[in-house]
Write a new protein. Structure first.
Length: 460
């Protein structure tokens, strides 16, 4: 659906208000806005409605021309988007004179014959006055003055966008169309290879990859569609330790990552084997488990590790990681190199499909009260207690995550209840395949009233 919509790209140097305008047009705070120059690096995309016309709106990193390294990677992506766009909104800061770089960009847009508007931002209270003459001369008349912060001039800009792009209207498209797919968040500490894994799963260089920790700031999302299902992949900013959050941008990025983790159905937790499982890895794992998210733990960079330790096996790496992350005892553990796109897709895509399917799985009652119940009875019978617990009833009460209600006779103490819960979960996992899926189990003592909140849950 997105490929059939007109593409409108926001371009400009750093700190001219692109992300503020993007958020205003989207109608929510998606991109991080901060006075620090160069906050946006990866481009962010949303489908929005402009006077009823569905368009793809993209916020890009700031351009400055001629720089190297990370900034060069940012600008290469910007220019690729410009070549694809049906309309470019080139933003400048109306409070300061036009810079040499901005003049060169406007000239380049005219030379490339790209449809563009020059949007003069930060013109609070003076949007009705004539634009600066040097901008009018360069832009050829397509100049709009706005204040993205206060909303001045936005109605006129929207009308112009609509007129420019209405010929590309897709009658079947809507800004309310789902962005598509099961949300999958790629999470982990900074610089463990999340963006590389994101790109390999997509099969394209969508996110910027750099050895600089903290390269990803905004959450970057992209649809992934194929024979193994439809997903919305989200590459998140690395979650640093609290003591390393020293500026607002890092703080905002951390909040965004926490939001996307909460929205996800499946989390891919990426680990760096050279660092081992750290306290921060355990904190992230604990949050995934607390939120009852499906999880695949991916031990990255094994190509480099095996080159130095050829006798080390992938299964041993996964075993060590599982031991070090007890909160994710239910997770699927895999090891590989995020750089090897074909192997990553071959290994992870069918695994993702299986995990998501199990997350929504309903178990027949005759199975629960057949072989599963028999296994639980056997385990209860060998407990070193005088009075053995007895399972009276086992029912599935919900899905996503799977939720089971167990009514047990003979429980008196809290530790006995915890012991029974562990036995029931172990039996469920041994009798069925729940790899990667958290299970919620409510143990109810016989004779006690079952909470209404539990009774109201039922499989869809």
């Amino acid at each position: 659906m997105r490929d059939n919509l007109p593409l409108c790209v926001l371009v400009g140097r750093t700190n001219v208000g692109k992300s503020t305008l993007f958020n205003l047009l989207v109608g929510e705070r998606v991109a991080i806005v901060d006075p620090t120059p160069g906050v946006t690096r990866d481009w962010i995309e949303r489908v929005v409605s402009v006077k009823g016309l569905a368009i793809r709106l993209v916020d890009t990193g700031g351009i400055s021309l001629g720089e190297e390294g990370l900034q060069k990677a940012v600008e290469e992506r910007v220019w690729r988007l410009v070549e694809e766009a049906q309309l470019v909104l080139f933003l400048v800061d109306g409070r300061v004179p036009l810079t040499r770089v901005e003049a060169e960009v406007i000239t380049a847009l005219r030379r490339k014959q790209r449809p563009f508007f020059v949007v003069v931002n930060k013109r609070e209270g003076i949007t009705h006055e004539p634009p600066p003459p040097e901008i009018l001369e360069l832009a050829g008349g397509k100049v709009f003055q706005i204040s993205a912060k206060h909303g001045d001039g936005i109605a006129r800009l929207k009308e112009a966008i609509f007129r420019e792009l209405k010929e590309f209207r897709n009658p079947k498209a809507s800004a309310m169309s789902p962005t598509g797919g099961i949300p999958v968040a790629i999470v982990g500490k900074p610089n463990v290879g999340k963006s590389t894994l994101f790109n390999s799963l997509l099969g394209e260089e969508r996110a910027i990859v750099s050895p600089v920790p903290g390269t990803t700031r905004d959450a970057v999302e992209a649809p992934l569609r194929g024979s193994y299902g439809h997903y919305l992949l989200v590459d998140t900013a690395g979650l640093p330790r609290r003591k390393n959050i020293r500026d607002r941008v890092t703080l905002y990025a951390t909040f965004r990552t926490a939001e996307r983790l909460a929205d996800a159905e499946l989390c891919l937790l990426v680990l760096d084997p050279f660092q081992g499982v750290t306290r921060q890895d355990r904190r992230i794992a604990g949050e995934i488990a607390r939120l009852h998210k499906c999880c695949i733990v991916f031990v990255n960079k094994v190509d480099v590790l095996l080159a130095k330790n050829p006798n080390l096996s992938l299964s041993e790496l996964c075993k060590r990681a599982r031991i070090d992350l007890p909160a994710l005892h239910y997770a699927a553990f895999r090891a590989g190199s995020a750089l090897d796109a074909s192997s990553v897709r071959e290994e992870l895509l069918p695994l993702m499909a299986g995990v998501v399917t199990r997350f929504h799985q309903t178990v027949r009652e005759d199975v629960l009260n057949g072989r599963v119940r028999e296994r639980i009875h056997r385990q209860f019978s060998i407990l070193p207690r005088r009075r053995k617990p007895r399972l009276e009833l086992l029912l599935q009460q919900g899905i996503a995550p799977p939720h089971f209600l167990a009514v047990v006779e003979g429980i008196r103490e809290k530790d006995e209840e915890e012991q029974c819960l562990n036995i029931i979960e172990k039996a469920l996992r041994e009798e069925m395949d729940w790899e990667g899926v958290p299970l919620r189990i409510t143990v109810q003592r016989k004779g006690e009233r079952v909470p209404q909140s539990v009774l109201e849950l039922s499989p869809e």
